[in-house]
Design a binder for this molecule. Structure first.
Ligand code: SAM
Length: 370
C-alpha cells in the first residue's frame, strides 16, 4: 500500500508517528487522495447541483432509484452514475443498493446551507479558473488569476464590469459575511450619535442605507473607487437618499489622495482585508490625518482567529487565497492581533473591542487617534 520514494520518506513517516498520533498512515494517505481529487469533487458537486440531481434527491427525501433520476432529468445512466459514485466517496450521497441512493447530511448542507451556497458559488464563479495561477501569484505578488476576467491591477477596479453571474456570486459572498453584523453594529456606532459618517469602501451603499434608516439625522459620505461609487449613487437615488449621502471618489492605494476631514465617525467594514500590511498602515495614517482625537474610527473585520466554528475559520483562510490569486496578490484575512498591531503602527489606538461572534463572523475595533 505504501510506496515511499526513498529511505528519507520512511524515516519521515516514522518521525510523524511521534507527532500525529490520531491519524494512521492509511488515514493520512486517504486524506492526501481527497486533496489530489478535490477539484474533481468540487466540479462533481457543481454538476450534481446544476443538473438538478441534488434537488431531485432532496425532494424525494427517503431514497431514489437511479433509473428514475435519469428518466425525470433526461440524463444518461452513465452520466448520473459517474457523478453519484464520486459523490458517494465524498459522503454526499449514500447508496442503499446498487440502484438506489439517498442524500446524505453533507449533501443536505451543500443544497440548503447558505454559507455553503455562497462559498461554492464564489469559488466556482470567481476563484476556480484563476486559482491555477496561484504559484505564479506567490512568486510575483500579483493577482495573475485576475487575467481570467480582465487586465486590471486589482479586482476592485473591474468589479462593476464582471459578467452578471460572476458579479452576483461576488456580492452574495461579500454581503453574506457582513449583513448579520449590521443590527448590533448600528447600535455600537450610533451610541455616540455621529452626525456625519464616512463609509470608506462603502461598495453598493448597503451599510450607508442601513445607517440612514437607523438614524434619521445622520449624513453619510461614501468613499470608494469610481466603478463602485457609480453603483452606490444609483442605489442611493433609488432609495431616495441623495439628499443625505454624498460621494467621494478615491483610490486609497494612491498616498497622495487624502481622505477629507469633517467626519464624526469613520466606518471601514471588510475593507482593510483588501490591502497588504504596509498598505493598511498607509491607509490608517491617511485616516489619522483626516480625524482628531474625538473621531470614532470603526474597523469591522471577520478575523480568522476570532470565530466560533471551525467551518468559519476554514472559509476565511480560504478567502485569503482569493486575495492572492484573484483580487490583488498581496492581501489576506487577518488575525485580530495582527490588525491591532497595524492600528498601533499607524498612530491610532484601539479603544474598545466588540466581538460580535455568536450571531455574526465579525469583530469591531473601535479606534481613536492618539
Ligand atoms: C470587500 S468590499 C467591502 C464592502 C463593504 N464595506 C462591506 O462590508 O460589505 C471592499 C470595498 O473596498 C473598495 N476598495 C478596494 N480597493 C480600494 C481602493 N484602492 N480605494 C478605495 N476603495 C477601494 C472596493 O471597491 C469595495 O467596495
Amino acid at each position: 500500500m505504501f510506496v515511499t520514494k526513498n529511505k528519507k520518506s520512511i524515516l519521515y513517516l516514522g518521525m510523524q508517528k511521534l507527532t500525529e498520533k490520531k491519524l494512521t498512515a492509511l488515514d493520512a494517505k486517504f486524506e492526501a487522495q481527497k486533496i489530489a481529487f478535490s477539484p474533481i469533487v468540487f466540479q462533481t458537486v457543481i454538476s450534481l447541483r446544476e443538473l438538478g440531481i441534488l434537488d431531485y434527491l432532496f425532494d424525494n427525501s427517503s431514497e431514489v432509484n437511479i433509473k428514475d433520476i435519469c428518466e425525470n432529468l433526461n440524463l444518461s445512466d452513465y452520466g448520473v452514475r459517474v457523478l453519484l459514485e464520486m459523490a458517494e466517496c465524498a459522503n454526499i450521497v449514500e447508496y442503499v443498493n446498487n440502484d438506489r441512493v439517498r442524500l446524505s447530511k453533507v449533501g443536505f448542507f451543500i443544497l440548503n446551507d447558505e454559507l455553503t451556497r455562497v462559498n461554492l458559488n464564489f469559488v466556482n464563479d470567481i476563484c476556480y479558473d484563476g486559482a491555477k495561477s496561484l504559484t505564479e501569484c506567490i512568486k510575483s505578488g500579483k493577482p495573475e488569476g485576475l487575467k481570467v476576467f480582465g487586465n486590471w491591477k486589482t479586482l476592485y477596479e473591474g468589479l462593476s464590469q464582471l459578467p452578471e453571474k460572476n458579479k452576483k456570486s461576488w456580492f452574495e459572498f461579500d454581503h453574506y459575511y457582513s449583513d448579520d453584523a449590521f443590527p448590533t453594529a448600528l447600535e455600537i456606532v450610533f451610541k455616540n450619535k455621529p452626525k456625519y459618517l464616512f463609509d470608506i469602501g462603502g461598495n453598493t451603499g448597503k451599510w450607508s442605507f442601513a445607517c440612514c434608516n437607523f438614524d434619521e439625522d445622520v449624513k453619510i459620505k461614501i468613499l470608494d473607487l469610481p466603478g463602485q461609487l457609480n453603483v452606490a449613487r444609483e442605489n442611493a437615488k433609488q432609495n431616495k437618499l441623495l439628499d443625505r449621502i454624498d460621494f467621494h471618489q478615491i483610490d486609497l492605494l494612491d498616498e497622495f489622495q487624502r481622505i477629507p476631514q469633517g467626519a464624526d465617525a469613520i466606518w471601514m467594514s471588510q475593507f482593510l482585508d483588501c490591502f497588504s500590511s504596509e498598505e493598511i498602515i498607509q491607509i490608517l495614517k491617511n485616516v489619522a490625518q483626516a480625524t482628531n482625537s474625538e473621531t470614532d474610527i470603526y474597523i469591522m473585520e471577520p478575523f480568522f482567529d476570532n470565530q466560533e466554528y471551525p467551518a468559519a475559520k476554514y472559509s476565511l483562510t480560504g478567502t485569503s487565497l482569493y486575495f492572492t490569486a484573484i483580487a490583488n496578490g498581496n492581501s489576506k484575512m487577518y488575525s485580530c492581533e495582527a490588525m491591532k498591531d497595524l492600528v498601533r503602527k499607524s498612530g491610532l489606538e484601539v479603544a474598545e473591542v466588540f466581538p460580535l461572534i455568536g450571531h455574526s463572523y465579525q469583530t469591531i475595533l473601535k479606534c481613536r487617534k492618539k
